[in-house]
Design a protein around this ligand. Structure first.
Ligand code: NAP
Length: 463
């Protein structure tokens, strides 16, 4: 039959598109094309799957497509960039729920037909185990980031031991059903325990570690999809799940590295918890902050030869990317050199600053990664920090008592002078004080970043 050739060929094309897309996503200048290729690859895979002879009801699929589109459109179009991490966590929860439901459905179909074999149950069991813990874990991550649940880690005695015992119990159930595939109550118990594991593992993770958790859960959802692919004999699910699982894992490791934390420390460390040893508020910055007027800041920038702009979460909140670009243009018109310093976890999602600055058409060669720009701060006349806090906190390098000690940061204090744009005394994501703001070289320009930049740009034009 034609579909026997068409479906595998279409899946091959999709796979090719997904791999090229992933490759394109590794650079800001090709990322947009990467997303388009990935979306096209997904359309090809979905259309090919619709030709599968096993499909029993196109009506139900159509209802699913309509409901999914009604929910998906507003999620894609109207959720602000600043809320992207929780939106992604929300989507993971549903992806994992789909994999779990497919697994549960396949298991009970096989049970009723008496066809369950150990091999199939191994795949189904893995799919359901990973899928269920990803569902609750992702909902927990979503609720924490959305402020529905407290963001701080919830720690209680022997928590890690209890979590590991639950994990061991879930794995024991999995082994049991592989040996006795018809043991349906054990299958149901495994689902219950896995759902609990998702909650218990994520409640003890908080603060700055949530992006790593989300990417790790992404990886689990990918592995659940691989298992689904084996269980229902679908090659594209195996391939896509493997790509998703591997890229999620690589991103988690890269982000842990960016925070100078080990994987196990992220998962078991309870970073950001209130404790006598590392209460964030106990690491207070001492000294006076000096304030600068817009006029003085404009003068300093207008005559600077080398300027580095450090964007952070506040730039995203105030949507100041276009004004930041205008500031760079104005300084360059006057003969100065301007670069943007990009910290890998600035903002609230990987690549957040790249996306915003690309939207404002900042040339890609002006965006310099942390490792490359750090050595240039010492030769810089003025650094303009726009709504960044944790990623420029020198305590990460110098204060072993700080909860963020060890996280690689932008070495802004090496510059000759620093102007910080923020609204007031607000702390960063990890809630720790920042000594940079009381550094004698630092001047604070208070106000919403966008408004401050509008005022600053007007003043520079008049210099
Ligand atoms: P940050 O540490 O969260 O600090 C943001 C600063 O922006 C605040 O101190 C705030 O001070 C200021 N701000 C907020 N709104 C503003 C506005 N409208 N105008 C001017 N300033 C404003 O940001 P960051 O330095 O970018 O660090 C990111 C943090 O988020 C890291 O701890 C990172 O680990 C974490 N994180 C990262 C990701 C990721 O993947 N990128 C995801 C989740 C979490 P005021 O209130 O005084 O204005």
């Amino acid at each position: 039959m034609i579909t026997n050739t068409f479906i595998p060929l279409a899946y091959l094309l999709s796979t090719f598109l997904f791999i090229i897309a992933l490759r394109s996503l590794s650079k800001p200048e090709t990322a947009r094309r990467g997303m388009q290729l990935a979306a096209f690859g997904m359309v090809v895979a979905v259309v090919a799957t619709l030709f599968n002879a096993k499909i029993v009801s196109y009506e139900e699929i159509l209802i699913g497509v309509v409901i999914g589109s009604i929910l998906g459109y507003p999620l894609g179009m109207w959720v602000p960039m600043t809320a992207m991490p929780q939106r992604i966590a929300f989507s993971h929860a549903f992806g994992a729920l789909a994999a779990t439901l497919v697994g549960v459905g396949e298991y009970y179909i096989g049970l009723k037909a008496g066809t369950l074999a150990s091999g199939q149950v191994t795949a189904l069991g893995l799919e359901v185990l990973l899928g269920s813990l990803t569902v609750t874990g992702s909902f927990m991550a979503f609720s924490k980031l959305q402020g529905i649940l407290p963001g701080r880690p919830l720690i209680f005695p022997f928590q890690n031991t209890l979590n590991l015992l639950f994990l061991a119990a879930a794995v024991a159930c999995l082994i049991w059903i592989v040996m006795v595939p018809t043991a349906a109550p054990v299958f149901a118990t495994m689902i219950g325990i896995s759902l609990l594991i998702g909650i218990l593992f994520v409640i003890r993770i908080g603060g700055a570690d949530m992006p790593v958790v989300i990417s790790l859960l992404n990886s689990y959802a990918g592995l659940a999809a691989v298992a689904t692919g084996f269980a229902i004999n679908n090659n594209i699910l195996i391939i896509v799940g493997a790509l998703d699982g591997a890229s999620g894992m690589i991103l988690s490791i890269a982000m842990s590295k960016a925070m100078n934390r080990s994987f196990t420390n992220v998962i078991f460390g309870g970073f950001g918890a209130v404790s006598a040893a590392s209460d964030a508020s106990s690491v207070a910055a001492s000294g006076e902050m000096s304030v600068i007027s817009v006029e003085d800041a404009a003068l300093r920038l207008a005559y600077a030869a080398r300027v580095i702009i450090v964007p952070g979460y506040g730039l995203a909140v105030s949507q100041a990317q276009h004004q930041a670009r205008e500031l760079a243009d104005l300084i360059e018109k006057r003969g100065g050199d301007v670069k943007f310093a990009i910290h890998p976890v600035a903002g609230r999602m990987p690549g957040h600053m790249n996306v915003l600055l690309a939207e404002a058409n900042v040339p890609y060669d002006k965006l310099i990664d942390m490792e490359d720009i750090n050595e240039h701060f010492s030769e810089t006349d003025v650094v303009v920090v726009i709504g960044a806090n944790d990623v420029v906190n020198p305590a990460a390098l110098t204060n072993p008592a700080s909860p963020i000690y060890g996280m690689p940061v932008l070495k802004v204090s090496d510059a000759k002078s620093i102007i910080v744009l923020k609204r007031g005394q607000g702390k960063g994501f990890s809630g720790v004080e920042n000594d940079l703001f009381v550094n004698p070289k630092t001047s604070m320009l208070y106000g919403d970043a966008r408004q401050s930049l509008i005022d600053l740009n007007i003043q520079i034009k008049n210099v």
